[in-house]
Design a protein around this ligand. Structure first.
Ligand code: HOZ
Length: 424
């Protein structure tokens, strides 16, 4: 049995000063019947907790670490930047370079504003969509999560779904009332929504491949329907690519599915493991953002030198070695095949993003089907995987990730651990 004494000591002490002892609810491990693990160090695909236990890591900081922990080039870029001054409250050349790299990868993003988190990105994109259309209603999808933005916590996935938090305390009903939450992948519901409210909808915001109810891909034609309906009714289409951007392909989900959204939100990988978010779209639209236009949005640490340097280094490596995506695809496929054979699960996977849903039979296409999973069995398996040295998202309703640092040996180790966890 692993020893978690130090993790537990730190957690107990944290409980007195930090709500729930954690700085983000998804770190709580509540739904898997464990106390939170406290992490100490990461290298490549591996992670060590405060007691020195080693894990193969499939959380990867919830997605940013596509190159694994502490990639030498990323570390060097960030530390050099930091040594030259941690923040100036004024522009740096790197911000312009990152904006150019993002445009180069996602041509729909002609202009981009850097912020410090995915939440800031989606909040700002929403404000811009409302200002540009002069409308208030926002359409989102049940089980999608776009950060802790007031209007977007309605029927949200991720920690909200994992912890079974009902409603949205602290959010005025007038605000939540401006959000229409539809079942994902339900074309009829989307059509009916536009028939009823089309001229009042400012935007549709979607994770083009959902990660926050577990990994759920769009059904064929569904994103195109979104594109057609928003265009026809004068609403904006926002792709929340905080998770999928530079993860599913260098050009994100929009490249993979050939859909051009009006606005894109980014985060995670573009910061290389440091705090960065971004939102962008057509130049004309983005020109409405202050100081070019009247839509106000600002940030003391926006475009932070060390974070942007880490992001530039990460994107630079992905760009010069596009075969990384082929290797991720092949290794993730191998892992998922092995896990499907070892466990009573349905596996959803797109590229290096995947979830093992503890149920078999019908396809998992949205929140209702994801929520049919056996979370008790998931918890049992989860604890077995931790014991076996594998760190996965501590929730049935999250996506796991693979990095370029994972090896075939890591994959085999993981499948073996799953066989043991399943009681073979
Ligand atoms: N999108 C991440 C999990 N689904 C967010 C991580 C967090 O909330 O801390």
């Amino acid at each position: 049995m692993k020893n978690f004494t130090r993790s537990q000591e730190i957690y107990r002490r944290a409980l007195a000063r930090i709500p729930g002892g954690v700085n983000s609810p998804v770190r709580a491990f509540k739904s898997v019947g464990m106390d939170p693990l406290v992490m100490a160090r990461g290298a490549g695909a591996h992670l060590w907790d405060a007691d020195g236990n080693e894990y193969v890591d499939y959380v990867l900081s919830w997605g940013p670490l596509i190159l694994g922990h502490a990639h030498p080039e990323v570390v060097e870029a960030a530390t050099k930047a930091l040594a030259a001054g941690s923040s100036f409250g004024a522009s740096t050349e790197r911000e312009m370079l990152l904006a150019e790299m993002i445009h180069d990868a996602l041509p729909s993003v002609e202009k981009v504003r850097l912020v410090s988190s995915g939440t800031e990105a989606t909040m700002s994109a929403l404000r811009l969509a409302r200002a540009a259309t002069g409308r208030s209603l926002v359409v989102k999808f049940e089980g999608c999560y776009h950060g802790h933005v007031d209007a977007l916590l309605v029927k949200a996935g991720s920690g909200v779904a994992t912890l079974g938090i009902p409603g949205t305390p602290g959010i005025p009903p007038e605000v939540a009332g401006q959000t229409l939450a539809l079942p994902f992948n339900d074309a009829d519901a989307l059509r009916a929504c536009f028939d009823a409210h089309g001229d009042r909808i400012a935007c549709v915001i979607v994770e083009p491949v959902v990660g926050n109810m577990g990994c759920v891909p769009p059904l064929p034609g569904y994103l195109q329907l979104m594109r057609d309906l928003t265009a026809r009714h004068g609403a904006l289409l926002i792709f929340d690519e905080v998770m999928t951007g530079f993860r599913l392909a260098y050009g994100g989900a929009q490249k993979l599915f050939g859909i051009k959204p009006d606005l894109t939100t980014l985060g995670k990988i573009i910061g290389g493991g440091l705090p960065v978010g971004a939102y962008g779209g057509a130049a004309e639209l983005m020109s409405q953002i202050a100081p070019e236009g009247p839509v106000y949005q600002a940030g003391t640490l926006s475009g932070n030198p060390a974070a942007v340097a880490a992001g530039l280094a990460t994107l630079g490596i992905l760009k010069r070695d596009p075969a990384i995506y082929d290797r991720l695809e092949a290794r993730a496929a191998k892992l998922c095949e092995g896990m499907a054979a070892a466990l009573p699960v349905t596996v959803n996977r797109v590229g290096s993003m995947f979830t093992f849903f503890f149920q078999r039979g019908s396809a998992i296409t949205g929140w209702d089907s994801a929520a049919r999973s056996d979370t008790t069995a998931f918890g049992r398996y989860y604890r077995g995987m931790i014991e076996g040295g594998v760190f996965l998202p501590p929730s049935q309703y999250e996506a796991a990730f693979l990095s370029a640092a994972h090896t075939d040996a890591d994959v085999e180790f993981t499948v073996d651990a799953a066989r043991h966890a399943a009681g073979e």
